[in-house]
Ligand binder design. Sequence first.
Ligand code: CTP
Ligand code: MG
Length: 242
Amino acid sequence: AALAGVVEYRNVTFAYPGAESPVLSNISFTARPGQTIAIIGSTGAGKTSLLSLLPRLYDPAEGQVLLDGVPVDRLDRAEITRRVALVPQRPYLFSGTIGHNLRFGKTEATDQELWDALLVAQGESFVREKKNGLDSRISQGGTNVSGGQRQRLCIARALVTKPRVYLFDDSFSALDVATDARLRAALKRTTSDATVIIVAQRISTITEADQILVLDNGRIVDRGTHEELLETSPTYQEIVES
Ligand code: CTP
Ligand code: MG
């Protein structure tokens, strides 16, 4: 189907503009609708860089990134934005109301759609408890909400756009383990036919992923399920034990 949300990286190599050595080398994987693909690896391994190539924040030097079989550099950006939502590692809230912030990607969303998204993102109760609800003010940079609240608002913002593909860059790190688990269970229910790619630090966030890619120094060194990697991957074992 044309709007399925299949993501494919094919032999992708990438260097930042002006840099000599690549930060990603020969990356290949496929993520299909209904699947959750997790990416794990130490700081600087290239996880954020890898995600950034799908919404074309950068383009690879070699290889291709495809969305539903079409190289993303042949799609227009509005089309990519409609299909792909990236929750960045440092999620950004701007000065305005919570409603304004949640409608950032879909200005015509109804209040009900915002509440539905907040419910999944485990942000419903803290917004409801605010005197002005969706009309509560957020200060520039979101300094008047906690780190975990900011993450949940940015996840809700992505949900509002109902994309085919979700990219979560370390989006659960500021949440306590219980909230993280509840959020992912709710996410799984509402995004069951979407393609989900999760970068995570915490192993418990990704144990149920269909496939885990272990990234080390810009290369996928191992891949498999949690159980498989525990058996086969020394790099993964190190991360689990750390
Ligand atoms: N890098 C760079 N220029 C940028 C961003 C990153 O040269 N604008 C480099 C970093 O210094 C790092 C490599 O690219 O050596 C990979 O960075 P990144 O993809 O951000 O690594 P992550 O795996 O996302 O690291 P973290 O876990 O800390 O988020
Ligand atoms: Mg990162």
